[in-house]
Structure formats: C-alpha cells, structure tokens
Design a protein around this ligand. Structure first.
Ligand code: G3P
Length: 218
C-alpha cells in the first residue's frame, strides 16, 4: 500500500519524506487556496522533494481550458499527476493526457459507476472520497470494496485505487484489508498509525528494566 500526503505544507512533506513513509502527494484547489502560496512554484517545489507522484489539479471545468491547464501542469516535472474532475470533459482530458503518457488522477469519485468510467478513460489513479460519503451517513468503505472488486475483474485496466478524503486510521486499515493501492491522508492521520498506549507502556517498562541492569550496549 502506498501512502500519499494530502497536503501542500512543505514542512509536513519534508518530515514524512525523511521518515521513508512517503510515496507521493496529492493537492486540490482548496488545499492550494489554504496554503496562500502561488500554485505552480509550490507544485514545482513539492516535486523536487517527493520522488513519487504529485497530484496537481486543473482549475477549469471545460475541456478546452482543462487540456491546456493539464499540459502546462504536466510540464512542471516528470512526477506530476494531473488531477481532473470526474466529468465527461474531465475524462476526455484524462484519455488524451494518459494516451500521451501523462499520469492522471481522476478525482471527486463517489460511485462505482464513475470508477468504471475513469478506468476506461485510462486514469492512472481513481480518487473515491470516503470521508465525504461517511459525512452523509453513507458507507465510504463499501465504495472502495465495490471498486476493488470490479477492478479485479479487468486486469487490462491499470487504474490504481487511491482512497481519498481519509479521516482517521481505520480508513487506512480498512482500505488495506480491501487491497486498495494508495491512501492519501492528512499527515496527522498517517502519524496516528504509530499510536498505541501498550507500545508506550511496554517501551517505558523496557527502558526502566534496562536501567536497573546498570549495563550499556555501547
Ligand atoms: O484529495 C482529496 C481530499 O483532499 C479531500 O478530502 O477532507 O476535503 O474530503 P476532504
């Protein structure tokens, strides 16, 4: 399972990159707006830090403008994955860019039917938003289960399931159980995976007991 950081925060990205846990980054217009930074230079900087795919989303919704934006984003770095919305125009852009060898992340996926369309359009990644479905008392993980089941029937499709809108570690664990290829998470959620009180308690006991031996390994 690959871990992508769903952020444009350079410090968080560098920290995760240095931990060896980071396989890529995803951004979207809301994340970019929140950063207060200029989009293109920020994506270029992230691509210089992260060796894996960095998702940069088009801002328009019409085909003619999205294809121009997508081609410009793709030129920033070889590891840019152009992000497009799951609309007829977005999938037309997806097909054109993926045919040219550009990675494409199809976003705002909320149904298995949409995921089928994205795979047929040659998407590199499909981004089903589990948290936003859960927020509506729908079952986000059921969507991931359905997509993984469907995609397994068509090995000729090369679209990776990139679970997005992740709210907590259980989304990561359940996605792994289902065989999803990638989760993209706020860095804090990735860090939460480390946490268990029995680990902390056990380590404290090991340290205390070792101190009692009066020994040193070095
Ligand atoms: O990459 C998609 C993700 O940023 C959406 O997350 O929390 O806005 O639903 P959220």
């Amino acid at each position: 399972m690959k871990f992508f950081a769903d952020t444009s925060d350079i410090n968080d990205i560098k920290e995760l990159e240095n931990s060896g846990l980071l396989d890529g980054v995803t951004t979207n217009p809301s994340i970019i707006a929140k950063s207060g930074k200029q989009f293109l230079p920020l994506i270029e900087e992230i691509c210089s830090i992260v060796h894996g795919p960095v998702s940069a989303e088009v801002a328009s919704t019409d085909y003619e403008t999205m294809i121009k934006e997508g081609k410009k984003l793709a030129k920033i770095a070889d590891n840019v994955a152009v992000k497009v919305p799951l609309t007829p125009a977005g999938l037309k852009v997806c097909k054109e860019l993926s045919d040219e060898g550009t990675m494409v992340n199809v976003t705002l996926c909320f149904s298995a039917g949409q995921a089928i369309l994205a795979a047929k359009a040659g998407a590199t990644f499909i981004s089903p938003f589990v948290g936003r479905l859960d927020d509506l008392a729908q079952d986000g993980m059921q969507l991931i289960s359905d997509i993984c089941q469907i995609y397994a029937n068509y090995p000729e499709w090369n679209t990776e399931v990139l679970v997005a809108s992740v709210r907590h570690p259980v989304h990561i664990i359940e996605s792994a159980k289902l065989g999803a290829d990638v989760v993209t998470c706020p860095p804090s959620v990735i860090k939460q995976l480390f946490n268990h009180p029995l680990t902390d308690k056990g380590l404290a006991a090991f340290v205390d007991d070792w101190k009692k031996t009066g020994q040193s390994i070095l």
